[in-house]
Each structure stands twice: as C-alpha cells, then as structure tokens.
Design a protein around this ligand. Structure first.
Ligand SMILES: Nc1nc2c(ncn2[C@@H]2O[C@H](COP(=O)(O)OP(=O)(O)OP(=O)(O)O)[C@@H](O)[C@H]2O)c(=O)[nH]1
Ligand SMILES: [Mg+2]
Length: 321
C-alpha cells in the first residue's frame, strides 16, 4: 500500500539520496558504537576463539540490541562456527549483517484494507513526547505528495496547545483538521470526524491521540474506547494502529510496545529521533522481539524528515555498504 510513496523520476531519486545521506549521518553515533567496535574486534583476527565470541556478545548487548536478540545472534554465529561455515572472523561480520537484515524484514501483521470508496483510517498512539503529532504532519505531507486528500483528527483533547499544534501541521501539509474544544471526549471527536470524512470522500484519516504512559490503565482504556467507537462509525476501521517510539529511549521502547500491543493490536511502528542517537541498534531488537513491521523512520523535526522504512537501506546505513 505504501508503494505510492516511492515515486520514480530524477527529482525523487535526488530526494531519496539526500534522505539516505541524512540517515547515515544521523546513525553515525550508532555506527561508532556498533559496527566500528565490531570491526575493531573482528578485523585482523585469525580465528574465532571463545574470547572473541564473548567480546562480540558484549558489543551487541551494549549496542541496544537487547538480551534476546543478542543471544539469538550469538547462537547463530556459534552454529555457523560449528558447521565450519564461519571459519574466519571477517565472515562473522557478513553473517551478522545478513541475519540482522532478516530480522528487520518483518512480514505484515493484522492490518485491514478499507472498503472501496471509504477512507483509510490510521490511529497514532504512544507515550508523551515521542513525536506522534509531528509524525502525523509528516505522513500527511507524504500522502498529499501522492495526490491523496487527508484529514487530521485532533483526538488529543487534553491540552488546547495540542489542538493548535495539529492545526499548524495541517496547514503545512495541506490537510484539513477536524477538532472540537479542549476537554471533549476523544471518541466523540473521532466519531464526528469519520462522518465528515465519509461524506467528503476523504482518502486518508490520521487520528492524533494524547500521549500516555503505558502504565496508566485508565488512559489505555480511553484509547481502546476511541478505537471501538471508530469501528462503530466505520466498520473495519481503524485499519492501522501505528505506535510511535522514540529511538533515544533505548530498551524501554520494547516494554512500551509490548503494553500498547496488548491493548490495541499495533500494525506498525514508527521510530522517531534516529537523528543523532547512539541507540539506533534498538531497531533490530524491536523487529526481532516484537515482530511488528517498522513503517517509517523519523530523522528530524521538519516536514520531509520521514521516510518509509527499508530493511536493506537501514542495514547498509548502519554497516556501511
Ligand atoms: N530530532 C527529532 N525530533 C523529533 C522527531 N520527531 C519529533 N521530534 C520532536 O519531538 C518533540 C515532541 O514531538 P510531538 O510530535 O509533539 O510529540 P507527541 O508524541 O505528539 O507528544 P504529546 O502529544 O505531548 O504526547 C518535538 O519537539 C518534535 O519536534 C525526529 O524524528 N527527530
Ligand atoms: Mg501530540
């Protein structure tokens, strides 16, 4: 479905190259902490000793891959060594790169398609300050660029500033914003917005929600209610639930994702703030651990600082090609 963003042509190729250069730049600290240490460890060594494997485990673990993913990678390396496929340290680097790419290539999970003539409804969720509202603006811009009409729904009724912020992104992206006053019931805002989207034949509806700690049960219930009410107004919707995670939070992103995924079935993850973090390795842990595909990565605060996630591009950006 998101192939519509991958337009061909010269201008687009320049855009893509510009973005990839910025992705590589953004990941330079991750590269320094992960692949450069990996290279120091592996290059110039003659054999794969137990000491080397132990040090490898340390490098993987301290690069935010998480315990489970680190252990799985080490297990696969050990198997390769036993089978004599991995007989030289430099082959270990390639094997890790290939395996990590496989981890990142997560198949689709339970997303639904809208019925013909009905809008695609996407709900954005996540803890406070991870970048939900900003990302909605960026995604609206991508859909607008692909010629789609877009409606933004101010489902964060908690603060007046949140509604204004969404309004500003709507203006930047050229998307209509549907809102009610501060303190309204978010599910009522969503119900009315879907009625409007149906009558106006809007292509895409993006629902903003208030940030919440995943540990606050009543707020999680409010999110479930908003989801249910959307489904009442437009059966089958929301078609997608995208969880926004802040890459700079490292391991706690996995715990957040697990709780949100229990409340609502998350169909995709958006990882923001990959610019400048040393914790980019978290992407690998998230994909392997949660088996939820990453849809987009954010590398800055501007309208065009978001790109559909591509496992190969990402591995190349971390490892260098
Ligand atoms: N560097 C960087 N900053 C980002 C990125 N995405 C969002 N931000 C910044 O993160 C801050 C929070 O963004 P918001 O979009 O308001 O986050 P939110 O999840 O809507 O926050 P709440 O509504 O309070 O829960 C803002 O200052 C954004 O500019 C990114 O990819 N890179
Ligand atoms: Mg917000």
């Amino acid at each position: 479905m998101f192939k519509i963003f991958q337009r061909k042509g010269k201008e687009n190729r320049e855009e893509k190259e510009g973005f990839l250069a910025r992705l590589r730049q953004g990941l330079s600290k991750t590269r320094a902490g992960f692949t450069e240490r990996l290279d120091q460890l592996l290059l110039g060594k003659k054999e794969i000793s137990d000491d080397l494997l132990e040090e490898l485990e340390e490098v993987l673990f301290t690069s935010d891959l998480g315990v489970m993913t680190t252990q799985e990678l080490i297990r696969r390396v050990e198997e390769g060594v036993q089978r004599k496929e991995l007989d030289k340290p430099d082959k270990v680097r390639e094997a890790l790169k290939d395996q990590i790419r496989l981890f990142l290539d997560v198949p689709e999970v339970a997303r639904k398609d809208p019925a013909p003539g009905e809008p695609l409804v996407i709900m954005m969720i996540g803890v406070n300050g991870v970048g939900k509202t900003t990302t909605i603006g960026k995604i609206a811009h991508l859909f607008r660029g692909a010629g789609k009409s877009v409606m933004l729904v101010a489902g964060d009724t908690f603060r007046a500033a949140a509604i204004e912020q969404l309004q500003i992104w709507g203006e930047r992206a050229g998307a209509e914003v549907v809102k009610q006053k501060e303190g309204s019931d978010p599910s009522a805002v969503v119900y009315d917005a879907l009625s409007a989207a149906l009558s106006r034949k809007t292509d895409v509806v993006l629902i903003d929600t208030a940030g919440r700690l995943h540990t606050k049960a009543n707020l999680m219930e409010e999110l479930e209610k908003t989801y249910r009410i959307a489904g009442k107004r437009l059966p089958g919707s929301p078609h997608e639930v995208w969880l926004v995670l802040d890459a700079t939070t490292g391991q706690s992103a996995i715990a957040q994702a697990e709780t949100f995924n229990k409340a609502l079935q998350v169909t995709g993850i958006i990882l923001t703030k990959l610019d400048g973090t040393a914790k980019g390795g978290i992407v690998i842990g998230i994909c392997h651990h949660l088996k939820i595909p990453i849809r987009f990565v954010g590398i800055g605060e501007k309208l065009d600082d978001l790109r559909p996630f591509d496992a190969k591009e990402f591995v190349d950006a971390i490892f260098g090609t």
